[in-house]
Design a protein around this ligand. Structure first.
Ligand code: SMG
Ligand code: MG
Length: 380
């Protein structure tokens, strides 16, 4: 593909309710979107294509070191110009080469992933293939789990969980933090029984010294404990895994296929949450999927409160055969009253994987504009 231009857009979307985790409360989703414009078909029969990418970095660097404005700066200053320059000098820019072209720039995987996603979407719209088919999906819908934020009280939590179960969500994930862990899990088990698939996510809020508290979670037959300890602590996660019976799942720590290989080799976890944005893109996500599958490590697809664009791509990824646990791929209305694309709806506890070319969804211009904070064009 020949890349001719790109557009960066920052949006701010109000959430239907505040989303509280161990690191803070979100009331809006601020997201950076990338649109790339290019041509396929060579110089003789050029056809214009465009593609969309969504950056998962949040407004503040609380989940990870990346944040929206920094990702936008990275894209504006280094990443997009690099691809435009390469394209101008005759390099065929494809999703498969983005990673190598951007490799000189250290880190900023969420920013890189957004750009790779946009290129991939454009390229697939050019060939007419769906992202799901391209990634190797084997299912046309995926089971839908929901991530439940920390609530003001146990009574509220039980109402919220009850509502999600009534809607049909097939797996509940409770956000936990020190002081909000044993009691909410116990209450949910007591009210909804032993059979509902239940797991918890600490977003790195504990230390190894909390092993005794975390061990008490063993009594509740959880599917897993997600990211109990800090991002860069694979060794201590391996220690913790020996002290608790509940499977340890890593999220923040898995920043690349290499980190996944290390975590598996060190026995830091027995389950992995794959988020394409966190690992540098959907191609790296598939590599981690393949690695985990070869090592008998179950994976599931994480969520970053995505708009319909990222949600479409996550549904496609979650349809790969190694995704054997329900992911955080929920309906659009879990977070948004009005999504920027056609909304994703849940039916019988499942989300349908888009089948159209590329992401299979496109922003609705008026809705997108209503959430837009800033837009800028970037030329080579
Ligand atoms: O998109 O359903 C979603 C959010 C799922 O809990 C979720 N994501 O650590 O897994 C995680 C968090 C990261 C974002 S919290 C604002
Ligand atoms: Mg998590």
């Amino acid at each position: 593909m020949k890349l001719t231009g790109a557009e960066l857009r920052t949006i701010r979307m109000p959430l239907v309710s505040p989303f509280e985790t161990s690191f803070g409360v979100e009331e809006d989703r601020v997201a950076v979107l990338v649109r790339v414009i290019g041509t396929v078909g060579g110089d003789r029969r050029p056809t214009e294509v465009q593609g969309w990418g969504e950056c998962v970095a949040m407004e503040m660097p609380l989940y990870s070191s990346e944040y929206a404005d920094a990702a936008a700066a990275m894209l504006r200053k280094f990443l997009i110009p690099r691809l435009l320059t390469a394209s101008r000098s005759g390099t065929d820019v494809t999703a498969e080469t983005v990673d190598t072209l951007l490799e000189p720039f250290i880190g900023h995987r969420m920013a890189k992933a957004a750009l790779e996603m946009a290129v991939l979407d454009a390229q697939l719209r050019g060939t007419g293939q769906s992202l799901a088919a391209y990634l190797g999906a084997t299912r046309d819908s995926v089971p839908s789990g929901v991530s439940v934020g920390i609530q003001p009280s146990i009574a509220t939590l039980l109402d919220v969980v009850g509502d999600y179960l009534a809607e049909g969500y097939v797996r509940i994930k409770l956000k936990i933090k020190p002081g909000w862990d044993i009691a909410p899990v116990e209450a949910v088990r007591e009210r909804f029984g032993e059979l509902i698939p239940l797991q918890v996510d600490a977003n790195a809020a504990y230390t190894l010294a909390d092993a005794r508290v975390l061990r008490r979670l063993d009594a509740f037959d959880l599917l897993l404990i997600e990211q109990p300890l800090p991002e860069d602590d694979l060794r201590q996660h391996a220690e913790l895994a020996k002290l608790v019976r509940t499977p340890i799942c890593l999220d923040e720590s898995i920043v690349s296929p290499r980190a996944a290989a290390d975590a598996i080799a060190l026995r830091s976890c027995s389950v992995i949450n794959i988020k394409a944005g966190r690992v540098g893109g959907y191609l790296a996500a598939v590599k981690i999927h393949d690695l985990c599958r070869a090592n008998g490590i179950p994976v599931w697809c994480g969520g970053m409160v995505e708009t319909g664009l990222g949600r479409a791509a996550n549904a496609a990824l979650a349809a790969l055969p190694g995704f054997t646990l329900p992911g955080d791929v929920s309906a659009s209305d879990r977070f948004y009253e009005r999504d920027i694309t056609e909304p994703f709806v849940m039916e019988d506890g499942r989300i349908t994987v888009p089948t159209g070319p590329g992401l299979g969804v496109t922003p609705i211009q008026g809705v997108l504009d209503s959430y837009t904070v800033s837009t800028e064009g970037i030329q080579a």
